[in-house]
Design a protein around this ligand. Structure first.
Ligand SMILES: O=C(O)CCC(=O)C(=O)O
Length: 264
């Protein structure tokens, strides 16, 4: 699947792209059918919310499950990333971020490169985050929020200051201070990433984003894979491979109907 010139321009200008309903309900259903068993596993790569035993993010799913092993190579996710990055990529991180009804907790304002540079030594902010909504994301269930243009609003060649927050949630995150976020929002506003299940979302390493708690009765699950050019691979290895993959062989697309045999 190729992005149009207009979509590429929009991605460059805003820093993110929302592609509604790229996967059909049967495909999404086949993916969702795998989640209960994966979430029920008691293992370290199922990271739980601070406030209890509920899974916040289930990581390393391509190594744990056949459907997710296909999904990371699905052409509707991988080909746009290859088009933008123009080179071979590896799977840096694969997960489903959950925000269960009433309990799903915040992701603070951050940009991913702060984390990937400081924790993993990624040299450049090239990696792409490609999401697939497994539930509708609506104004109430903890959808992601973006600051359009914030990927270019870092101060010239200096990236916005970021500090490691080990307190707010169970998942340590390099976050951006409110003064900087306020300045960026003043310039670019906030756009929430809403859409039906099956929607695809693409954003880059410098995009400032976050998401609020889910206070609604509607769960929110989002599949996410980070594709990073192999030439830009991690240079430090302090995080485990379920947080940052170490298989640097090129990721190649499968046929477009690769999920269909499960969806039939
Ligand atoms: O799942 C979310 O709400 C936030 C995820 C996020 O910030 C990320 O993938 O970088």
């Amino acid at each position: 699947m190729k992005l149009t010139d207009a979509q590429l321009e929009q991605f460059d200008r805003d820093g993110f792209l929302i592609l509604p309903s790229l996967f059909d309900p049967k495909e999404v259903e086949a993916i969702n059918a795998e989640l209960p068993a994966l979430f029920a596993e008691d293992r370290v790569d199922n990271v739980r919310e601070k406030g209890g035993g509920i899974v916040r993010t289930a990581m390393n799913l391509h190594a744990r499950n056949d459907v997710f092993a296909k999904l990371v190579r699905h052409p509707r996710l991988l080909e746009p990333a290859l088009q933008i990055l123009d080179g071979d990529v590896y799977l840096q991180q694969v997960k489903v971020n959950a925000k269960e009804a009433y309990t799903g907790e915040i992701w603070q304002w951050h940009y991913d490169f702060a984390h990937h540079h400081n924790e993993d030594g990624n040299p450049l902010p090239l990696a792409l985050n490609v999401h697939l909504f497994l539930d509708e994301c609506n104004p109430f269930n903890g959808a992601l929020w973006f600051i359009p243009g914030s990927h270019k609003a870092h101060d010239g060649r200096n990236l916005a200051k970021s500090a490691l927050d080990t307190e707010t949630t169970s998942y340590e995150l390099w976050t951006v201070d409110h003064e900087t976020v306020g300045r960026m929002i003043e310039a670019g506003g906030i756009v929430p990433a809403h859409g039906p299940a099956g929607t695809v979302l693409i954003f880059g390493e410098l995009m400032v984003h976050g998401s609020p708690n889910n206070m609604s009765p509607w769960p929110r699950h989002i599949f996410s894979t980070i594709y990073n050019p192999i030439s830009n691979r991690q240079t430090t290895f302090k995080r485990p491979d379920w947080q940052h993959g170490r298989d640097f062989t090129p990721t190649r697309p499968l046929p477009d109907d690769c999920l269909r045999e499960r969806a039939a």
